[in-house]
Design a protein around this ligand. Structure first.
Ligand SMILES: [Zn+2]
Length: 177
């Protein structure tokens, strides 16, 4: 499978053609007689929530460099979603959390319109269950704790579909207070 529509066969290098398979046009290798599937990329993220709000990271990579998002990223092939979310949190913010402490909160499907689609699994965890101090690390310009109200007063932009996850994480925290 590929996350962008493929032009060439990943196995033999033959230029792919369009063929109608399973109800829609697919990229097809005539030499290997195989479909090169185009699938969404699985991602995972975690909203860390405390009295000061939800931890957001300001992206230092495209797409949406400079925008704020819930920490997260691509899953490794052999990585369960909560493990991926905990790893991305540590890489981006330095906060460490036991994947077993993460609670599922949402799942969204999105695209930047460039042919790549993402399915992102969202978790939440209390800040009190994390170790370390949040700082800007890999691919992050800055980190900050925001409630929906303080973020609205801040001059920032939330990245893509992270508005819903941000709100869901804050509401989850409020429902447990
Ligand atoms: Zn081939």
């Amino acid at each position: 499978m590929t996350t962008y529509p493929a032009s060439f066969c990943p196995d033999c290098g033959t230029e792919l053609v369009d063929r109608h398979v399973d109800g829609r046009e697919r990229r097809f290798c005539g030499s290997c007689s195989q479909v090169v599937w185009h699938n969404p990329a699985p991602c995972a993220g975690v909203g860390v929530v405390g009295e000061d709000g939800v931890l957001l990271a300001q992206r230092d990579v495209p797409p949406g460099r400079g925008e704020w998002s819930i920490p997260g990223g691509h899953m490794e092939a052999d990585e369960p979603a909560p493990v991926a979310a905990a790893r991305e949190l540590a890489e981006e913010t330095g906060l460490r959390v036991d994947p077993a402490d993460l609670e599922l909160v949402d799942c969204f499907h999105t695209s930047n319109g460039d042919g790549k689609y993402v399915v992102s699994v969202g978790y939440v965890v209390r800040a009190a269950d994390c170790a370390g101090t949040a700082t800007a690390r890999d691919e992050v310009q800055a980190v900050g704790w925001f409630t929906p109200e303080t973020f609205a007063a801040h001059d920032g932009v939330l990245h893509g579909d992270h508005t819903g996850r941000f709100r869901a994480a804050w509401d989850w925290f409020g429902s447990r207070a």
